[in-house]
Design a binder for this molecule. Structure first.
Ligand SMILES: CC(C)(COP(=O)(O)OP(=O)(O)OC[C@H]1O[C@@H](n2cnc3c(N)ncnc32)[C@H](O)[C@@H]1OP(=O)(O)O)[C@@H](O)C(=O)NCCC(=O)NCCS
Length: 151
């Protein structure tokens, strides 16, 4: 597997449920953050911190017993930061429906040096058509964010 992607799966257990019996959204957000952190650390080969989360959108509820799979992909690299797209699929293992998209978000992860300051990460060169598309989208998002901040 390329060092720009990590896939992690977990079966949801009763201790991850909220009072209504569904899986707590915070549990899934933590799982997404873990996946984003893992791929960032592997890409940068350094400790990384989460600086920002964008466009977190829940599409489906998740229930105890479901298999949740997080796919975290580095889609853009700045000087010291990486944007990681995390897509979450949920599968009811007792049904033949297969995995369905449950939520997604963009995590900005910053590589930290041993001095506790941000440090440079390797250049990112998108190769596949999918990587190129995600990279172009990330550049546009970054430009939109920058223009909002200067207004
Ligand atoms: C993230 C952090 C290291 C940035 O520190 P800083 O002094 O602002 O560092 P810089 O200005 O050099 O920015 C470093 C990079 O982070 C990016 N960045 C910083 N804050 C950001 C934000 N809020 N959103 C998006 N990117 C951000 C910068 O654009 C820069 O990217 P680049 O080098 O690729 O251009 C600092 O804010 C921090 O430690 N935050 C807490 C992180 C943390 O503990 N997370 C876990 C919470 S439990």
């Amino acid at each position: 597997m390329k060092n720009t992607q990590i896939i992690m799966s977990q079966v949801m257990l009763p201790h991850q449920a909220n009072v209504a019996g569904n899986v707590h959204g915070g549990e899934i957000m933590k799982f997404m953050d873990t996946a984003a952190g893992a791929v960032a650390v592997r890409y940068a080969r350094s400790n990384c911190v989460t600086a920002r989360v964008d466009e977190l959108e829940f599409h489906l509820p998740i229930f105890v017993g479901a298999l949740v799979t997080c796919t975290a992909t580095v889609v853009f690299v700045g000087k010291t930061s990486m944007e990681v797209f995390v897509n979450v699929e949920v599968e009811d293992l007792e049904s033949t429906n297969g995995p369905q998209k449950a939520l997604s978000a963009y995590f900005t992860m910053v590589s930290m040096g041993r001095n506790g300051r941000p440090q440079h990460v390797p250049e990112f060169i998108p190769e596949s058509e999918e990587e190129k598309r995600l990279h172009e989208e990330a550049k546009e998002r970054r430009a939109r964010k920058a223009s909002r901040q200067t207004r």
